[in-house]
Design a binder for this molecule. Structure first.
Ligand code: BEZ
Length: 211
C-alpha cells in the first residue's frame, strides 16, 4: 500500500555500505531522507549518489540523516561505490541499503510495476524526528533528481514545524513567509514582531521568524 504523508515510516533492518542498519534506531531523533534509485552501475544513479555525497554537509547542518536504497546486493553496492568515488570526485559518505529481497522496496511502495516490474523508481521520503513521513516524491528512472530542491523543502518543513507559517512558491531560506490563515491579524502581529504585511485578508506575509 502507498505511504501517505503523516504515516509512520516503516521500520526495517538492512545491510548497508555502512554496516547493518535498524532504521528507526539509526534515525534516532534526527530527520531522515530515504531515497531509492533503480539500479547500481547506471549513469543517472551514479551522478545522483555523487551529488548527495557532496551535499552531505548541508544535510548534516539540518540534522538530516540520508540513506539510499536499491534492490541490488551489498556486494554490488560496495563495488559501485568505487566507481562513484572515481567518477564523481567524492566517496560515498552515507549508507546505501541493500534490498535484494525487495522487502523495503515493497514496504515503501518503491516498485511501480507499470513503470518497471522489478526495479525501484526514484522515490524520496523525508521523515520527521517522530518518524512520520513529511514528504514523498516519485521521479522516473530517466530523470535525475534536483537535490537542491530537496534541501529547500527540508528548510520549509523544519521552519513550518516550529512556526505558524507556510512558505510560498519558489521560496528560499531567508525570504518572507506566509502567516497561516488560522491566526487573526491581532494574533499574527503579536506572534511576529518583525511585522505582518496584509496583502489580502487571506494573504499575509512576515519576515522569516527564525532569522
Ligand atoms: C540510470 O540511472 O541511468 C538509469 C537507471 C535505470 C533506467 C534508466 C536509467
Amino acid at each position: 500500500m502507498a505511504i501517505r504523508l503523516g504515516d509512520i515510516a516503516p521500520d526495517f533492518t538492512a545491510q548497508s555500505t555502512a554496516g547493518e542498519i535498524r532504521f528507526h534506531e539509526w534515525l534516532g531523533s534526527s530527520w531522515g531522507v530515504l531515497f531509492s534509485h533503480p539500479k547500481d552501475f547506471t549513469p543517472v544513479c551514479t551522478t545522483e549518489l555523487g551529488r548527495v555525497a557532496k551535499l552531505k554537509p548541508e544535510f548534516d547542518k539540518r540534522n538530516v540523516k540520508v540513506a539510499g536504497l536499491s534492490v541490488d546486493s551489498l556486494e554490488d553496492h560496495n563495488k559501485w561505490a568505487c566507481d562513484i568515488e572515481e567518477t564523481q570526485g567524492t566517496a560515498l559518505n552515507f549508507p546505501l541499503l541493500a534490498d535484494p529481497d525487495r522487502k523495503i522496496a515493497l514496504a515503501y511502495d518503491m516498485i511501480h510495476p507499470n513503470a518497471d516490474a522489478t526495479l525501484t523508481v526514484r522515490s524520496v521520503f523525508v521523515i520527521g524526528p517522530e518518524k512520520k513521513v513529511k514528504l514523498t516524491l516519485t521521479y522516473p528512472a530517466s530523470t535525475g533528481r534536483n537535490f537542491d530542491e530537496l534541501l529547500r523543502v527540508i528548510d520549509s518543513l523544519q521552519l513550518t514545524a516550529d512556526h505558524l507559517v507556510a512558505t510560498p512558491a519558489d521560496w528560499q531560506d531567508g525570504q518572507d513567509v506566509i502567516v497561516v490563515p488560522s491566526l487573526s491579524n491581532e494574533e499574527a502581529t503579536a506572534k511576529f514582531p518583525k511585522g505582518v504585511t496584509v496583502i489580502k485578508p487571506y494573504l499575509r506575509t512576515t519576515p522569516q521568524p527564525n532569522r
